[in-house]
Design a protein around this ligand. Structure first.
Ligand code: ZN
Length: 474
């Protein structure tokens, strides 16, 4: 089934097709964290959304190259480094480690490439030189290099592709050096910021003088270096559409003359307890805050994945408690299937398509429809209900159970909530049980008994029954 996604560029749901002529490889870039503090739950909604996109692409058979930058040089970082009297690397390293730990706790697959802005200074400088050579960037009297929106438009390029900007209502022609600026002005923005006393020893030499890169140019330089001048997918939170993403497009297309990105995907905002998150309202949460309240990363992931990515989502602590209950229902069902399916040792490679609820087909239809996650969860819980019914009236054979499990595991490769039950059998124990069955079939009873003893020493009892073998934890 073809995957359809909402492309911010066309403002419509489009069938996804990568640039790769073989239709296999997909380059995907997600704007990563600025490592000056712990990421909050609003940030995490975007990263879990990016993980869902990647997993769905992989589920659909694409070979994804997932790139997420680490912004380790930026206005706020420099301010905090000075306040904390520390070094840039020590300060950003600490928050980067915390970010990656949290990413893991939320069950996100780690991006394949995590470029750091400070490691791409040469590429950033080369890109700025290209823009200067094309007459689109200029060095101002303050020593900084700016991107000229007027010159860019003069080259026949379109600024405002994502937002359909209404230039009449915006104050144009100003110039800003801040990494983030107000959204009401279409201002020339800094590509290279000349060194100022407040920067301390945080600067790099360049043909334009000592200084450091602006935030927007970092993403253009890193994404094009890793994924090429044109690539498939660029993701981020909707707050990044303007100016950050508009500026990324302008810098990249201004320098190469080629289309920068084929599909732009944006995740919607998050409210917490019905309000915009703020420290003063007491509804500002990092993942760590929620873990300290006794919730798990898995529960947070589940809750973040219950709403469609283009809808504003109201994140609540009650919702998290509900996530616990919903996950317990799935865990219980999958746990029972594992118990029954275990009888079908050696493992059954059943065709999930034959499972009577059409679990996999229905799930694929839902997730391929612009990641229709509520429909996808609907399919999962309908399956749980039906499976529980069949479990209750004992009408599920071990082969059926194994087929259902095989389908569930494919689905979970997208959802990433990996059910863990206490009775889960480690792969090593399964392998021993299978070796014992093989030894018995070869009439090597001495070896079969030795394996039984070995299993016992590892805490597992093996029982022979007319249906096959059964493993029980001692
Ligand atoms: Zn970016």
């Amino acid at each position: 089934m073809a995957l359809k996604l909402f492309n911010t560029l066309s403002r419509s749901v489009q069938e996804f097709a990568p640039l790769d002529s073989a239709g296999k490889k997909v380059g995907m870039y997600c704007c990563g964290p600025t490592v000056y503090d712990f990421a909050h739950i609003g940030n995490w909604r975007t990263f879990v959304f990016a993980d869902l996109v990647r997993r769905t692409l992989e589920f659909s058979g694409y070979a994804v190259q997932h790139v997420m930058n680490i912004t380790d040089i930026e206005d706020k970082i420099i301010k905090r480094v000075r306040e904390n009297k520390t070094t840039l690397r020590e300060f950003t390293g600490k928050f980067e480690t915390a970010f990656l730990d949290d990413l893991k706790a939320l069950g996100c697959r780690e991006p394949h490439v995590k470029p750091h802005a400070t490691e791409y200074i040469a590429e950033i400088i080369a890109l700025i030189e290209k823009l200067i050579a094309r007459g689109i960037a200029y060095q101002a009297s303050d020593g900084s290099v700016y991107f000229s929106i007027t010159k860019y438009q003069g080259c026949g390029c379109n600024y405002g592709q994502l937002l359909k900007l209404n230039f009449d209502g915006m104050r144009a022609g100003e110039r800003v050096s801040a990494d983030e600026y107000e959204k009401e002005s279409v201002a020339d923005f800094a590509l290279w910021k000349a060194r100022v006393p407040d920067d301390g020893d945080i600067f790099w030499p360049s043909p334009f003088g000592e200084g450091r890169p602006g935030w927007h140019i970092e993403c253009s330089a890193m994404s094009m270096k890793v994924l090429g001048e044109s690539f498939d997918l660029h993701l981020g939170g909707e707050d990044l559409k303007f100016p950050h993403h508009e500026d990324e497009i302008a810098q990249s297309e201004g320098a190469t003359g080629k289309p920068f990105v084929k599909f732009w995907l944006h995740g919607a905002h998050l409210l917490v307890e019905g309000k915009k998150m703020s420290k003063s309202l007491g509804n500002f949460f990092t993942l760590r805050d929620l873990l300290a309240k006794g919730f798990t990363g898995r529960e947070v992931r589940y809750l973040l994945l219950t709403a469609h990515y283009r809808e504003t989502f109201n994140f609540t602590l009650d919702g998290l408690a509900g996530a616990k209950t919903a996950l317990a229902r799935i865990d219980e069902c999958v746990g029972k299937l594992r118990e029954i399916g275990r009888d079908a040792l050696p493992r059954v490679q059943a065709d999930p398509q034959v499972n009577p609820t059409n679990l996999l087909a229905n799930f694929t239809a839902a997730i391929s429809d612009d990641l229709n996650i509520s429909a996808a969860w609907g399919v999962v819980f309908e399956w749980v209900r039906e499976t529980n019914k069949r479990l209750a009236d004992n009408s599920l054979s071990s082969t059926d159970a194994a087929a259902n499990l095989a389908a569930w595991e494919k689905i979970d490769s997208v959802l990433g909530i990996s059910v863990k039950t206490e009775t889960e059998i480690p792969a090593e124990i399964l392998a021993l049980a299978e070796a014992r069955t093989a030894a018995k079939q070869a009439k090597d009873f001495k070896r079969a008994d030795a394996i039984r003893d070995e299993l016992k020493s590892k805490g597992w009892v093996i029982e022979d029954s007319p249906k096959g073998i059964k493993l029980k934890k001692m």
